[in-house]
Design a protein around this ligand. Structure first.
Ligand SMILES: [Zn+2]
Ligand SMILES: [Zn+2]
Ligand SMILES: [Zn+2]
Length: 282
């Protein structure tokens, strides 16, 4: 096995020739590789920054002139990964591996940041916790910066799971963006049109297609953890606020707390009197 592609290897697709059943790796010359996998696929030399190859090992690194060209090539080869000649290779792209700077804005500035992180972790790998964006006066602008790695999704057109650009957390709504985010419809999450022109019927309750919220028989999933059976306010993954922690959950707990607090005043008094007496050394 060759070394994995480093995430900082920008705009690069790595193609590693698969080993045949007899253990051999048929050699493909650099020239043939370029002809078969670049020129024939409609990409020109002007779109390529560099092709590094190690033909005996079957390793080819294609670096493109821009991220958009790289994305176009990656989508093309990923969607045809079961067809020849792509099926002869293990495909890897830095667009999937790289750490991205994501900006998240929830309209409620008091949103619990742990809940926001829990939500983000459902969709991507958080490599650095959210931090507040401060302006030149040191005042927060309401947005968060999070470093993330996107997850792989074999069913997506580019093999990448893209977090929803707009989302809800309980009653709070927000949006997020990052470099290379595809332009998807806010309503149906499909490419090629905006929510304004969307003709897909998406249920506002369960987010499934083909019926209205009024006709919906499904239970809406929790918008924090995605599970069905509870709402955001009851989500077990929700971070506990100070008021929730202070509020005893039931009568039993209240009684327990009352019983536990009974002996407290007595030792405090002695401690105080003791302290007052302490410094006086007569
Ligand atoms: Zn749509
Ligand atoms: Zn529904
Ligand atoms: Zn939940």
């Amino acid at each position: 096995m060759s070394r994995p592609l480093n995430p900082w290897f920008h705009n690069t697709v790595k193609m590693q020739r698969k080993v045949e059943s007899d253990g051999s790796t048929p050699e493909l010359s650099r020239k043939t590789f370029t002809e078969l996998l670049v020129t024939k696929m409609g990409f020109t030399a002007a779109e390529i920054w560099c092709i590094m190859s190690d033909a005996p090992k079957g390793t080819y690194l294609l670096t493109f002139m821009s991220e958009s060209i790289c994305r176009r090539y990656w989508q093309m080869c990923w969607s045809r990964r079961d067809e020849k000649p792509f099926s002869d290779f293990h495909l890897e792209c830095q667009l999937v591996l790289e750490v991205k700077r994501m900006t998240v804005h929830v309209y409620n500035p008091h949103v619990n940041i742990q809940d926001l992180t829990t939500f983000l972790r459902r969709h991507c790998t958080v490599t650095r916790e959210p931090s507040r964006n401060l302006d030149s006066d040191g005042i927060w602008d309401g947005k968060w910066t999070v470093m993330v790695k996107l997850k792989e999704d074999p069913t997506a057109p580019d093999g990448i799971h893209h977090p929803p650009s707009s989302f809800s957390l309980g009653r709070d709504s927000g949006y997020l963006y990052y470099p290379g985010q595809p332009k998807l419809c806010n309503k149906c999450s499909k490419p090629g049109h905006t929510a304004k022109d969307c003709t897909v019927q998406v249920c506002k309750n369960c987010k499934r297609e083909g019926h209205t919220a009024r006709a919906c028989k499904e239970e809406a999933p929790c918008n924090l953890c995605g599970a069905v059976g509870h709402r955001f306010k009851d989500c077990p993954q929700r971070a506990k606020s100070y008021s929730q922690l202070a509020k005893p959950p039931g009568r039993e707990a209240q009684e327990e707390a009352a019983a536990a607090s009974l002996p407290v005043p007595a030792p405090r008094k002695t401690k105080e009197t003791g302290r007052r007496k302490g410094p006086r050394q007569e």
